[in-house]
Structures are given as structure tokens and as C-alpha cells.
Design a protein around this ligand. Structure first.
Ligand SMILES: [Zn+2]
Length: 59
């Protein structure tokens, strides 16, 4: 058995929406997208919290 460092295949690609194709995660758009995602999740959480405070009526 030989042990090379890369026995596991890591997913180092991601789908870049701005470019419309797959890129390495070192691609500048990756961190950008990640940031946006996080921000969105945060906003969502905040929104849900405020909505919960008012009660779940309507819709
Ligand atoms: Zn890109």
C-alpha cells in the first residue's frame, strides 16, 4: 500500500453563477458568493425573528 497525500478526492470545484461554469474554489467569485450566502442567511434569520415576534397570523 502506498500512501500518497491525495487518496481522498476533495471537491475543490464549485459552480460559479456569474461565470456560468465550474471553477476551483480559489476562484475570486467563490468567496464573494460565500459572503453573500452568509449575509442572506443572516438577514433571513433576523427577518424570521421579527416575524415570530409579531406572531404567525395571516398568509
Ligand atoms: Zn466566476
Amino acid at each position: 500500500m502506498s500512501h500518497t497525500g491525495e487518496t481522498k478526492k476533495k471537491i475543490i470545484h464549485f459552480y460559479c453563477r456569474p461565470c456560468g461554469e465550474y471553477h476551483l474554489k480559489t476562484h475570486p467569485h467563490y468567496s464573494e458568493m460565500f459572503k453573500r450566502k452568509e449575509e442572506r442567511a443572516r438577514q433571513r434569520e433576523a427577518k424570521e425573528k421579527t416575524q415570530r415576534g409579531r406572531g404567525n397570523k395571516g398568509n
